[in-house]
Ligand binder design. Structure first.
Ligand code: HEC
Ligand code: HEC
Length: 371
């Protein structure tokens, strides 16, 4: 139930539409009774089930029995992801802020590409390896899973400003969609199925073919050079408590010292995971982003404040700000704040971060607009 409440709070932050709340409340009730009543298994007749296999060096995957992946569901999700008709003014798609060539981020610190044209309060994050994101989505963990997350952008005035009732009737006027929804969900078009299809597509966005992966999982010892290998060791030592494992994130919430105070203005947006948990120990804690593809995804942090990886390293080395929740692992300077790095160590770290770019992922035709 706690999760259901957190979900409501986070959703309330995004929107005001009555439809949105009706669906939200039923989803919340549904998720709170889940233990007693299992969801009805989806009718997969005529569909081709897809089993996501974790890359050899990745952790095991969570299962989603209530939204099984199928070739047809993923394809429908891909179409929806790139379709501007999902927005209130038919001009904005998910891809307006999540571009494949930028590992599904947008290259802007704070986007003003949404419906209202107003600047958003948070930076658009990358979308990949979300099938492993088991601690909630959004920078503060405010959405429980991909199925519920998309309600935020779809209905938010600042983002796509879509009325869900209108969305259903708009899509029902497009014969291809009518057929595809009937095939995948055995039903006429429902907004909950729009969310499910989007979730299916996003679960298949897996980035696991960087030079680092060639080296660690494919046995290509020449894939990383000496400097990159030194960088790999340094990242594990100096950054690895949070940017851990093959995902380069522990999926947890940390205060990495970019601010010392967390104002309660703007509906708690600056307070990090506290907005969701209401636990003072979570003030200023944001979800650790992956280090994969960071070379492609500037600017950085939840508000896009740093323009380059050099600025990020400057922050960790010289700029840690102290508050009650600053993470202890940032005190690497003989107990003082900061992560010491020599000039050559910084070079090696940056070289390794570059080796986490996955050019196959950002150019995968199957996940592009026109596949
Ligand atoms: C106007 C820009 C914009 C549009 C359009 C947009 N997003 Fe986002 N997206 C964002 C921003 C900004 C965030 C971060 C919000 C936050 O954390 O508070 C985000 C966060 C996310 C996340 C969370 C990722 C994570 O790692 O936690 C997912 C998933 C996502 N968006 C998917 C979508 C989908 C699906 C659509 C289309 C239905 C969409 N977005 C449309 C800007 C946008
Ligand atoms: C205490 C945990 C922790 C440690 C240690 C840590 N980070 Fe982070 N890192 C985070 C968190 C949390 C964020 C997001 C903070 C935010 O946006 O408010 C982040 C953000 C980043 C980003 C921005 C990514 C993006 O997509 O915006 C980069 C790059 C980064 N860290 C690199 C490093 C490097 C390199 C090191 C080691 C020198 C390091 N981090 C050490 C927790 C940590």
């Amino acid at each position: 139930m706690k999760a259901a409440i957190a979900f409501l709070i986070s959703a309330a932050f995004h929107v005001r539409s009555a439809w949105f709340f009706a669906i939200l409340i039923s989803l919340a009730i549904f998720s709170s009774c889940k233990k007693e009543e299992l969801p009805e298994p989806q009718d997969l007749r005529g569909l081709h089930p897809v089993e996501l296999l974790p890359p050899a060096n990745f952790p095991a995957l969570q299962e989603h029995p209530d939204n099984p992946l199928t070739v047809e569901g993923i394809e429908l999700g891909r179409k929806l992801f790139y379709d501007v008709r999902l927005s209130g003014n038919n001009k904005i798609s998910c891809a307006s802020c999540h571009r494949q060539d930028l590992a599904f981020s947008d290259g802007l610190a704070l986007s003003n590409q949404g419906f209202s044209g107003k600047q958003l309060s948070r930076h658009a994050p990358v979308l990949f390896n979300l099938a492993w994101a088991d601690q909630g989505l959004f920078w503060d963990g405010g959405a429980k899973n991909l199925e519920s997350q998309a309600l935020g952008p779809l209905t938010s005035e600042e983002e796509m400003h879509q009325d869900l009732y209108e969305l259903e009737s708009e899509l029902k006027a497009i014969p291809d969609y009518v057929n595809q929804f009937r095939q995948v969900f055995k039903s006429e078009i429902r907004s909950t199925d729009v969310l499910k299809a989007l979730a299916q597509f996003q679960r298949t966005l897996i980035s696991a073919n960087s030079a680092y992966d060639q080296y660690t999982a494919r046995g290509k010892s020449e894939a990383l050079n000496g400097e990159e290998l030194q960088g790999m060791k340094l990242v594990a030592e100096k950054c690895g408590t949070c940017h851990s494992g093959a995902l380069f994130t522990d999926q947890r919430f940390h205060n990495n010292g970019i601010d010392a105070a967390f104002s309660d203005e703007n509906e708690g947006i600056y307070q990090g995971h506290f907005r969701v948990s209401l636990n003072p120990a979570d003030l200023g804690k944001f979800k650790t982003p992956s280090l994969r593809n960071v070379r492609l995804t500037a600017p950085y942090m939840h508000d896009g404040r740093f323009k380059s990886l050099e600025e990020v390293l400057d922050h960790y080395q010289y700029g840690i700000k102290i508050s009650l929740t600053t993470d202890v692992s940032l005190f690497q300077n003989q107990g003082k704040p900061g992560i010491p790095m020599s000039v050559s160590e910084r070079k090696a770290i940056i070289a390794f971060l570059n080796a986490l770019s996955d050019s196959e992922f950002i150019s995968n035709k199957k996940q592009s607009e026109n596949n």
